[in-house]
Design a protein around this ligand. Sequence first.
Ligand SMILES: NC(=O)c1ccc[n+]([C@@H]2O[C@H](COP(=O)([O-])OP(=O)(O)OC[C@H]3O[C@@H](n4cnc5c(N)ncnc54)[C@H](O)[C@@H]3O)[C@@H](O)[C@H]2O)c1
Length: 325
Amino acid sequence: MKMKIEKVTVYGTGLIGNGWTTHLLCKGITNVMIYLRYEKKIQKSIAEISKNLEFMVHEGMIAESGKEYFLSCLRYTTDVREAVRDADLIIENGPEDLESKRSMIAEIEKYCRDDAIITSSTSGILISEIAKYASHPERIIGAHPYHPVYLLPLIEIVKGDKLDPRYLDGLLDFCRQIDKKPVVLKKESPGYIASHLMTVLLRECVNLVVSGVCDMEDVDTAFTFGPGMRYALMGPYTVLQLAGGESGLAGVLCGPIGKSAEDWMKSFSNWTEWPPEALEFFQSCQTEMDRIISGQDGIHGRNNEELERFRDHGLLHILQLHGLA
Ligand SMILES: NC(=O)c1ccc[n+]([C@@H]2O[C@H](COP(=O)([O-])OP(=O)(O)OC[C@H]3O[C@@H](n4cnc5c(N)ncnc54)[C@H](O)[C@@H]3O)[C@@H](O)[C@H]2O)c1
């Protein structure tokens, strides 16, 4: 029998919890309960969800009356029992730390139904580790969204070693219902796909600067006006398919570029932890970042909030190109 997911609890309301709530509301899931540990955080959470919804109104994605209606539907509680006892699905969005994740899952399991699905938004901790001491690990699933959750469709689905496929199918149906694009990993791997790729990129962004090849602004300019523009539209394999002309992806990988890549790889870092020069760079990078974004060229000369608007407006255009908005 098909699993029914109508009542959703968003457990933890930072950036991702508030993003999840915005997305659920915009996709017609109005039976949403938000769990926060402290009463004093409620106003901040409402303000953020409200700001997200305001953006969707401004961009014509939802009606002004929709925003008011959605906000009136929201329920908040600081009582875990009340938060999870009726839920069909509980989405955990607490801090990225194994021990915290385990204790939050234990707290949820104490009061939720035995057949409720519990997902963790973890960016890359193995779900089998998170679910290791759970009483019902068969319904605990890694479901890694991407920020901003109400605009980016990706959701990486990670199966633990004890997962019951019935719960996986139920979650996948729900993801499609709310217009998410699920990618199910064949096996667990730290960082999954997206954080794995992002971390390789980050490591090399730092490596290029600390080894003196270029400065931070050059990295951003090269990425923004080069590969980033293509990657916004299609994945790295498809990008190479087009770069290879008639011989496609295999032509690139088996040809001179594939061979040259071997030379380029020799200059990559082999860091498995941040070396002292990278840690020193981290201490000074904010001053340089502030200088870059205060510049008047291109997208700069805007504060963080204005940059966010620019990003989100652009993301909506890309969604439209994909037929997803
Ligand atoms: N920031 C991102 O871009 C991003 C993207 C995808 C996934 N994630 C993952 O989502 C999760 C949340 O990330 P975030 O960026 O929203 O973090 P955040 O720091 O903005 O929010 C975490 C929230 O959890 C609350 N919290 C702390 N302990 C809690 C507890 N015991 N019970 C309930 N709530 C508790 C905090 O008050 C805070 O509001 C992390 O696992 C993170 O790795 C983050």
